[in-house]
Write a protein that binds this ligand. Structure first.
Ligand SMILES: Cc1ncc(COP(=O)(O)O)c(C=O)c1O
Length: 439
């Protein structure tokens, strides 16, 4: 019997050597490796390339400004929301069908979460459980400050639609008024510059994915007003734990101001980081606000630097596995995510399938049957309204029938770059048997 893990990290000697170098360098917290990873990620988002020289002056000047590496996507989303000045009295719309972090980051800021059900069966082409855009539009009120869209599985949402909605609702939006503090002053200027409900992308799964947006192909990070990425151990691209925030340029607010505020928000509000304090005589610092601690360390960044070198190859291998899964699912009449369309290329992160004609019990039996053959699977996701933490915070699960319907017969197959072709065939064989025996 083979043992097929669900999503183990793909770490080679290449990453291990860079981590060892970081450990031996004498600088292990946020420092040169984190800064280089930020510039390389910015360059990757802009060009799709991982071989751009970001170490020389040209790299520093061209790509240094719009990525901040942090310790998770949850922190990145929270810092994005805090940068926007979102807090008590504000509402943020999220899909009912997502991981808790999308919604909990909003709650950490003291704002209210408004959940929207998905389209029946998900998007008609990709089958990704995207929000129902009519319901989304109806959920926008005078209190709505942001919408968080989730590129689940690496499939990019229909941001054209989302931006059309926030543009149509412009009249409902009033930018916040600054209370005079440094953060509030910047947030007020950002809200004024955006001038409508902000579109935030939860791209925890979708680093490297792209979609035609306003007639032009754009990579995730170049579409929404603000974006968060995850580099958690199960993600395509990992730094063990980790994440990053990025944003689009704004009129009247410089990238430098935003970058510096994200540094402050993520490092105790301290106006000098540890590295700059090492300069001769520059021990003194101020605390601008009693803020948070969610910086990336250079040990994490060391993993990321080498993962990024390998990332195009990792994406390609995932695509090959998906091709095999697609063929089998189409043959068996099983609905699955479509990771590639003429207008969208996903980051091939998760392979969700939905087996027609079965209920939750049979779904769970298939998961067990596969586990008994050594194949680990998963379910992405049990909708938020079904979770204890969110009961009472939103309408009951009955108000989100499509999210429940999507979840009840869903299984996520293992998809990662340690799978050999034989492993993939083994998963497929197990799936064929388990489905045959359950129907
Ligand atoms: C959709 C989504 N958003 C956010 C997160 C949070 O990511 P992190 O663990 O890096 O905070 C996850 C994690 O799996 C996720 O799946």
């Amino acid at each position: 019997m083979r043992k097929i893990s669900f999503s183990p990290p793909d770490i080679t000697e290449y990453e291990i050597e860079e981590v060892a170098k970081a450990l031996r360098s004498g600088w292990i917290t946020t420092g040169p490796r984190t800064k280089l990873l930020e510039r390389r990620l910015a360059a990757f988002i802009e060009t799709g390339r991982v071989d751009v020289d970001c170490e020389g002056t040209a790299g520093v000047e061209t790509y240094s400004n719009r990525v901040v590496c942090l310790n998770s996507a949850t922190a990145a989303e929270e810092m994005n929301l805090r940068l926007l000045g979102i807090g008590p009295g504000d509402e943020v719309i999220v899909p009912a069908y997502t991981y808790t972090a999308t919604a909990s980051a909003v709650l950490h800021c003291g704002a209210a979460v408004v959940m929207v059900d998905i389209q029946p069966g998900g998007d008609p082409v990709t089958h990704m459980p995207e929000m129902d855009y009519e319901k989304l539009e109806a959920a926008v009120t005078e209190r709505t400050k942001a919408i968080v869209a989730v590129d689940l599985g690496g499939i990019v949402c229909d941001y054209d639609r989302i931006f059309e909605i926030v543009e149509r609702k412009r009249d409902l939006f009033t930018p916040m008024v600054s209370d005079g503090s440094a953060l509030s002053e910047l947030s007020a200027r950002i809200q004024k510059a955006i001038g409508r409900v902000a579109v935030i992308a939860d791209c925890a799964h979708s680093l490297g994915a792209s979609r035609v947006f306003r007639g032009e192909r754009k990579r995730c990070g170049e579409i929404a007003d603000l974006t968060s990425f995850s580099f958690h151990a199960v993600k395509n691209f990992t730094t063990a734990e980790g994440g990053a925030s990025t944003w689009l340029p704004l009129e009247g607010v410089s990238d430098k101001e935003i970058y510096q505020m994200l540094q402050l928000l993520s490092l105790h509000g301290q106006n000098k980081d540890a590295l700059s304090k090492t300069n001769a005589g520059s021990w003194e610092y101020d605390i601008i606000g009693p803020w948070y601690k969610c910086n990336m360390t250079d040990i994490m960044a060391a993993i990321g630097l080498r993962q990024l070198d390998r990332y195009p190859g990792l994406l390609e291998r995932r695509r090959q596995i998906i091709e095999k899964y697609d063929k089998t699912c189409d043959e068996l009449g099983i609905s699955h995510l479509l990771h590639r369309t003429p207008y969208m290329d996903s980051s091939n992160h998760l392979y969700l399938i939905r087996i027609p004609g079965i209920g939750e019990t049979q779904r769970n039996e298939i998961i067990t049957a596969l586990a008994e053959r050594g194949v680990a699977t998963n379910v992405h996701y049990k909708p938020l309204p079904m979770m204890t933490a969110y009961r009472g915070m939103c309408a009951g699960p009955d108000e989100y029938p499509r999210a429940y319907d999507y979840y009840h017969n869903l299984i996520t197959l293992p998809l990662h770059t340690l799978l050999s072709d034989e492993d993939v065939d083994y998963v497929i064989e197990g799936l064929r048997d388990a489905v045959k025996n359950s129907i």
